[in-house]
Design a protein around this ligand. Sequence first.
Ligand code: TPP
Ligand code: MG
Length: 586
Amino acid sequence: MTERMTGAQSLIRSLEHAGADVVFGIPGGAILPAYDPLYDSASVRHILMRHEQGAGHAAEGYAYATGRPGVCMATSGPGATNLVTPLTDAHMDSVPMVAITGQVATPLIGTDGFQEADICGITMPITKHNYLVKNAEDIPRTIAEAFHIASSGRPGPVLVDIAKDALQAATEFAWPQRLDMPGYRPVTKPHGKQVREAARMIAEARRPVFYVGGGVLRSGAHQELRVLAELTGVPVTTTLMARGVFPDSHPQNLGMPGMHGTVAAVGSLQKADLIVALGARFDDRVTGRLDSFAPGAKIVHADIDPAEISKNRHADVPIVGDCREVIADLVVAVRNDQSAGRQGDYAAWWAQLDRLRDVYPTGYEDADDGTLSPQKVIQRLGEIVGPDAAYVAGVGQHQMWAAQFIGYEKPGTFINSGGLGTMGFSVPAALGAKVGDPSRTVWAVDGDGCFQMTNQELATAAIEGIPIKVAVVNNGNLGMVRQWQTLFYEGRYSNTDLQTAPRDAKVRVPDFPRLAEAYGCVGLRCERAEDVDATIEKAMAVDDAPVVVDFSVNHDAMVWPMVGPGISNDNIQYARDMAPDWDDED
Ligand SMILES: Cc1ncc(C[n+]2csc(CCOP(=O)(O)OP(=O)(O)O)c2C)c(N)n1
Ligand SMILES: [Mg+2]
């Protein structure tokens, strides 16, 4: 069945067929034809953002909350280039997303036409795939493919750039019944022999560890992971991207590895004789100096993307497949081994790791000048708000404290920008997550620097009725950069003071609660430890407007533990100038 309509109508009809219910965007000349039929769509809600970067991060937040591709829309030229950061972000963190951009009309392409940018060329390395559509009849098939590519295999962003004359042309609409993509067939089913080999190595290992990454979240494998972990008794570490896929309260969870990981998690990888990497990519923030990472470990590496395997660290047993299927098959293989009497004995290993956990728990000390500790704010937030809420972090110290001091019990409850480390992610991503799952309480945990990059989306949140809550951990400076200046540049604080919370607290630029009020949100401030609980409760009681809380905290707090940049994980500092005693008998 075909129907006559314009390319623009065909685009909106295609979005409806693809199951898109929300589009985050900003109109402009080249995409304008699409905004006309969008006005009439009964099933696609368009949310007018204040910056295209916000539209992109909102689409990411939506994808986290729903598991479905987030959709954003922008016009040609500057609208499209403003999507470059969120597209890169989604690419680095494997977030399913479809970005639709208007392009100048085909006769203008290549002439430096008004608002022409070669967005397909620009985004080639930062999208999973992209399309330039010049003919109206190609629109339905392209949209169908874009959604399929974004959400299958290793998820990622797909950009569809559509020339204005293709949107305006008359066409026949027909939704494709079948996609014909001979070059794209992601392998999801792992090879049985490799899985059995991995199970054998788990049984034979003395010091194994599961290194669990964001792929486990994306594949929805948290239940399978728990079964595998409990069946084997192997310690588990969850990366920044995987916080929550294995409960923090579980006795086998050692916490987060990496630059600001727990001593036990970092130590477990360094001392392991077997690392089973599940949907993780041996990122430099996890491995530290690569040539000294986990020197005695054999590697089993399971990933849906064959390009990840042996990219940074040689895999002794490569397994290409969807994490959920890999882990489910591993459970079967381990059970078979166990019924044949082959089972690992990790008692000595656990004794070693338990000692590290006991002696070096992740903690903090209050400042002696009576100022509020940022860690305390974040810890209390997690305790009061609880494990059902979603916490969406910005980038910097507050992000690391959010990863360390909120207990995550459920998958998808911690949302952040891991690979790219994008300041400005938090507010729009929180907005998108709240739209994706309105029943969930969503807290943005942001920094005073990050917040100033995208806080104009508070206008979107207020006007569209999206009651997110924002905790600005206001230490008055670009804290993570300042921490590096303290540690590696002799305390020379070049350009990191933001004046958002001057020590004499006279003039704050901006004054965040007043800024929030100007945007139609509720604005609160908390400066004393004794007011933290009541302030959080006050913010929780507001459900008809977005809330921004300025937690004015200590300026000098630092994130510990820390593996300094470019150094070996062996040299992790538990606190400044304090290295753990590994007490390793080897
Ligand atoms: C877009 C962008 N620009 C610069 C950086 C470098 N950077 C990383 S953390 C950071 C400081 C963030 O400051 P703030 O939001 O106040 O967080 P804090 O570290 O103080 O908690 C900066 C500038 C970045 N990650 N992203
Ligand atoms: Mg700051």
